[in-house]
Design a protein around this ligand. Structure first.
Ligand code: HEC
Length: 280
């Protein structure tokens, strides 16, 4: 083994973060207040993204300090103007710091963010802080977020009226790249036991009604059927529309934008023996 390789392995073992992280991210994660202050004084941008993560996830120093529970560093970064709801553009993003506080039960840090006016509904990739608190089972944080005005279900502006302009062929491409990996090809004969629900005939179907398929309690608690607008809200922000859902976009998947959602819903509409009528 070359000595360089041995050194690299030793470094990986020694540093529980990842080797080569930006200095401010590493110092924030370790709770080194003096170093963070010095780096800021030297001009390191407070909300700089760390682009060195081996999995391509880009985070801010505030994200790292929040995850590690470094309250003092969090205070310092906030004073320097760090944004608790900032995240990298969709495909590279993980959660924003407010979501991470909710996920790891960092109650005090979450309160600091809310006290400074962080929007409790700020969308992350496919979810919100409320969703993170529900799935990580932090009821006190659920309460704090609701008290700060978080919505129990975030709906997108209605799209049903634009559906006639949707492009089902483009929608199929989006389905293949963004949904099929989990949901499989829409198919009336697909087995459902222990599987992610098949989306054949989804428009107008009762929510969470496929016998034997995976349905969370959060999803099962919703009454009624999948309308075009409800599908739009789910696809845009699953954890915002249904906090506690088990649907999420994996790393390097991004929810489609509004036109993409109109297209994918137009496509799903065709996947039925009797396609639902288009709204007037
Ligand atoms: C990483 C896997 C994954 C991806 C990607 C994914 N889904 Fe889902 N989806 C799920 C799971 C799991 C559920 C069950 C959620 C629950 O019950 O909380 C679900 C539920 C749904 C439902 C409700 C089904 C029902 O029976 O009520 C719809 C509609 C849906 N997804 C549409 C989509 C669309 C459209 C896309 C692509 C834009 C997509 N999903 C991408 C995993 C995924």
């Amino acid at each position: 083994m070359s000595s360089n390789l041995r050194l690299a392995i030793a470094l990986v073992v020694a540093l529980p973060g990842h080797p080569g992280a930006e200095p401010i991210h590493e110092a924030a994660r370790r709770g080194e207040v003096g170093t963070v202050r010095q780096l800021l004084d030297e001009g390191t941008p407070v909300d700089q993204f760390d682009t060195t993560d081996p999995y391509g996830r880009e985070t801010t120093a505030l994200y790292q300090a929040t995850k590690a529970g470094r309250i003092e560093v969090v205070g310092l970064l906030l004073d320097a103007g760090a944004d608790p709801t900032l995240r990298a553009p969709d495909r590279r993003s993980v959660h924003h710091p407010l979501q991470v506080a909710a996920q790891f039960g960092r109650t005090e840090i979450l309160q600091m963010f809310l006290a400074r006016g962080a929007d409790p509904d700020a969308p992350g990739k496919g979810s919100t802080a409320l969703h993170m608190a529900v799935v990580s089972q932090h009821p006190e944080i659920v309460r704090l977020l609701l008290d700060a005005g978080a919505r129990r279900s975030i709906e997108q502006p209605p799209i049903a009226a634009h559906l006639a302009s949707g492009d089902p062929e483009r929608g199929q491409e989006i389905f293949v790249s963004t949904c099929r990996y989990c949901h499989g090809e829409p198919d009336p004969a697909a087995p459902s036991d222990d599987r992610i629900p098949n989306l054949w005939d989804i428009v107008g179907r009762d929510i969470a009604s496929l016998e034997g398929a995976i349905h969370s309690d959060a999803m099962k608690s919703i009454e009624g059927v999948w309308t075009y607008d409800r599908l739009n809200s789910l696809i845009a922000l699953p954890g915002g529309f249904v906090p506690g859902t088990v649907m999420q976009y994996p790393p390097h998947y991004a929810p489609p934008d509004e036109q993409g959602r109109i297209d994918v819903i137009s496509y799903l509409r065709t996947q039925s023996d009797t396609p639902a009528p288009l709204p007037e």
